[in-house]
Design a protein around this ligand. Structure first.
Ligand SMILES: Cc1cc2nc3c(=O)[nH]c(=O)nc-3n(C[C@H](O)[C@H](O)[C@H](O)COP(=O)(O)OP(=O)(O)OC[C@H]3O[C@@H](n4cnc5c(N)ncnc54)[C@H](O)[C@@H]3O)c2cc1C
Length: 495
C-alpha cells in the first residue's frame, strides 16, 4: 500500500473548503484494495493508530481534516463497473468509494441512464456523498442520496466487512437491529432514541426512524461508523427533455407566491428543482452577467422534466404562472436545449466562485448557514436572516434550495470585527431555525465545525444516544474522531 509522510504530500490533506487551518497528520495511507483497507483498520488498535477518512476535500465542515490522526485516502479505490439493467425503468451501477461523482454521472448518461443526486460540487467522491447523504437542487423531486443507494459495503472500525443491501437488516418493533459479523459474532444494536425534525432535508446526526433499515444508519453518518468502500447506485432512465428557466421578480412577495405555485400539486407543473437568488446574490453575479436586470429583487431558477409531446403545454402553464405572479417575463431566461442549459448551470455555479474571489481580497472567512425548516416556515427564517444582516450592516447573500425550505445565508465579513459579530449572529440563526422546528444542517453535515451546535439541537440525551451508537461500533475510538459526535461525549465517562 502506498504511504506518504513528506510535508508536500500531506499538505493537500489538511484542508477542505471550510478554512479550518489546524489540521496535522503523521501520514496518509492510500489503500488500493478493500482487503488493504480492512487490514489497515484491523491493525489500528495494536498500533494505537486513529484514522480520518479523506474524500476529495470539497466538504465544508472540516470532516476530512485530521487532528493528529493518520489519514486514509479513498483516491485509489475508484473503480466504476458496467451498469446492469434490471427492468425497463431501473438499472444499477457498482462503484468504489473514490469514484468521482462527475465520472459516475457521465458514465450513466452515456448509456441513457440517470443518477439523480446532484450536490452542486461534482468533484466529490461517491463514498463521501453517501457518508454525508449529500443533496442538491434536484433533491426537491428526487430526495437526498440515501434514496438512491441499494447496497453499501462498509469496512467497520475494527476492519470487519459489512455488506448491507437495502431491506436486509431492519430494526424490529423495539428499534433493535440484529446482525452477525464474521469475527465479532452476533450484534444487537438499538437505533437512536430520538426523533428527527420534520424537514424535507436533514443531515445532522445519525438517521433514526421507526422500523428503519440499518443501511440508513450508515448513510449520513459522516464516516464515524465505518468506511463506505463500495456501493450500488440506483439509476432511472435519462429524462428526454428538460425545461430550465431563470425567472426575475421586481418584488420579493411575488417571488414567494410563484414558489408556492410551483410547489402546489394542483398545478400542472412538477419541477425537479426550485432554487433562489436574492438581490445581493444577483449583484455578485451581475459582475459576470451584466444582462441581469438591476431592478430585480430576486430570481427563481426552476427545472422541469418533460417530453417532446408535453413540452409546449408545460411551457404555456409556466408562462401563465409567471404572468400571474408579475414575473419580469421579458427579462427572464428560458433554456430548452442542452447547450443553453449548460450555460445556465454555469451561471448558478458562478456564484460560489465570485464570492470566494471577493472574500480572498478581504482575508476573512465567510459565515454560512445550512439550516432548513419545516414546510411553510422558510419565509419567517428568510425575513429574520435579512433583517438581522441589514441591522448589522453586513454584506451578505441568500440563495439556494427554496423548494426544500432550505436557504443558505452567507455573511461576507470585510474585517475581523465583522467576522466575530457574524459568528455570534450565527448562533441566533441556529436558535431561530431550531425554534421553527428546523435542522442545523440540511445537507453539508456537522463535521468538526458544527458539533457544538448539535448539542443545542439534540440536547444532552440525544448526543449521548449518538455516542452510544458510535461506541458500539467503534469501541476503541479509531475512526473519524472529532467528527459529528462531540469528543467529550465519547471520552468522558459521565456521558
Ligand atoms: C461549491 C460547493 C458546493 C457544494 N454544494 C453542495 C450541495 O449542494 N449539497 C451538498 O450536500 N453538499 C455540497 N457541498 C459539500 C460537498 O461537496 C459534499 O459534502 C461532498 O459529499 C464532499 O465530498 P468529498 O469527496 O469532497 O469529501 P471530503 O470533503 O473529502 O470528506 C467529507 C466527509 O466525508 C467523510 N468521508 C469521505 N469518504 C468517506 C468514505 N468512503 N466513507 C466514510 N466517510 C467518508 C470524510 O471523513 C469527511 O467527514 C458543496 C461544496 C462546495 C465546495
Amino acid at each position: 500500500m502506498i504511504y506518504k509522510e513528506d510535508q508536500a504530500s500531506l499538505q493537500g490533506f489538511l484542508e477542505d473548503t471550510s478554512n479550518l487551518k489546524t489540521g496535522h497528520t503523521p501520514g496518509v495511507f492510500f489503500p488500493e484494495t478493500i482487503e488493504e483497507l480492512s487490514n489497515l483498520l484491523k491493525g489500528a488498535v495494536a498500533k494505537r493508530h486513529r484514522f480520518t477518512i479523506s474524500g476529495n476535500g470539497t466538504g465544508t465542515t472540516g470532516g476530512r481534516i485530521p487532528m493528529g490522526d493518520y489519514v486514509i485516502s479513498m483516491q485509489k479505490l475508484d473503480h466504476i463497473s458496467e451498469l446492469v439493467q434490471i427492468a425497463d425503468d431501473r438499472a444499477y451501477i457498482t462503484v468504489q468509494a473514490g469514484a468521482l461523482l462527475d465520472n459516475v454521472q457521465k458514465k450513466a448518461e452515456q448509456s441513457g441512464w440517470f443518477y439523480p443526486p446532484d450536490p452542486t460540487e461534482k468533484l466529490c467522491f461517491i463514498g463521501s456523498t453517501i457518508a454525508n447523504n449529500s443533496s442538491g437542487a434536484r433533491t426537491f423531486k428526487y430526495g437526498p442520496t440515501r434514496k438512491h443507494i441499494s447496497r453499501i459495503l462498509v469496512i467497520l472500525p475494527q476492519g470487519e466487512l459489512l455488506n448491507l443491501s437495502r431491506g436486509l437488516c431492519m430494526a424490529d418493533d423495539n428499534g433493535i437491529f440484529k446482525f452477525t459479523l464474521p469475527i465479532a459474532g452476533d450484534i444487537l444494536l438499538q437505533r437512536p432514541q430520538y426523533s428527527m425534525p420534520d424537514t424535507s432535508k436533514h443531515n445532522a446526526g445519525y438517521f433514526s426512524a421507526e422500523k428503519m433499515d440499518l443501511i440508513d444508519l450508515f448513510i449520513g453518518s459522516e464516516g464515524t461508523l465505518g468506511v463506505i468502500a463500495e456501493a450500488d447506485l440506483m439509476l432511472i432512465p435519462l429524462p428526454t427533455r428538460i425545461i430550465s428557466c431563470l425567472v426575475y421578480f421586481r418584488n420579493i412577495e411575488d417571488l414567494f407566491s410563484f414558489t408556492q405555485k410551483l410547489k402546489d400539486p394542483e398545478n400542472r407543473v412538477s419541477p425537479r428543482a426550485i432554487e433562489f437568488f436574492d438581490k445581493n446574490a444577483l449583484g455578485f453575479l451581475s459582475t459576470k452577467y451584466p444582462e441581469i436586470p438591476p431592478q430585480s429583487d430576486g430570481a427563481i431558477f426552476m427545472e422541469q422534466e418533460t417530453t417532446p409531446e408535453s413540452e409546449e403545454a408545460d411551457l404555456e402553464t409556466l408562462f401563465a404562472m409567471m404572468e400571474f405572479c408579475n414575473a419580469m417575463v421579458d427579462e427572464s431566461w428560458m433554456a430548452l436545449d442542452r447547450d443553453e442549459q449548460i450555460q445556465m448551470r454555469e451561471f448558478r455555479h458562478a456564484l460560489p466562485l465570485l464570492v470566494s474571489e471577493w472574500l480572498s481580497k478581504q482575508h476573512e472567512s465567510k459565515i454560512s448557514t445550512d439550516m432548513a425548516v419545516p414546510e411553510g416556515k422558510i419565509r419567517e427564517l428568510f425575513d429574520f436572516y435579512r433583517s438581522s444582516c441589514e441591522q448589522q450592516g453586513f454584506i451578505y447573500i441568500i440563495f439556494g434550495h427554496i423548494g426544500n425550505e432550505h436557504l443558505h445565508l452567507n455573511i461576507l465579513p470585510r474585517n475581523h470585527e465583522e467576522f466575530l459579530r457574524g459568528k455570534s449572529l450565527y448562533r441566533t440563526f441556529v436558535s431561530k431555525a431550531l425554534a421553527l422546528g428546523g435542522t442545523l444542517s440540511a445537507e453539508h453535515g456537522v463535521g468538526k465545525l458544527k458539533a457544538e451546535y448539535l448539542v443545542e439541537m439534540y440536547h444532552q440525551h440525544g448526543i449521548e444516544e449518538m455516542a452510544r451508537i458510535k461506541k458500539s461500533l467503534d469501541p476503541f475510538l479509531v475512526l473519524n474522531i472529532g467528527n459529528l459526535v462531540p469528543v467529550e461525549y465519547l471520552e468522558n465517562k459521565n456521558h
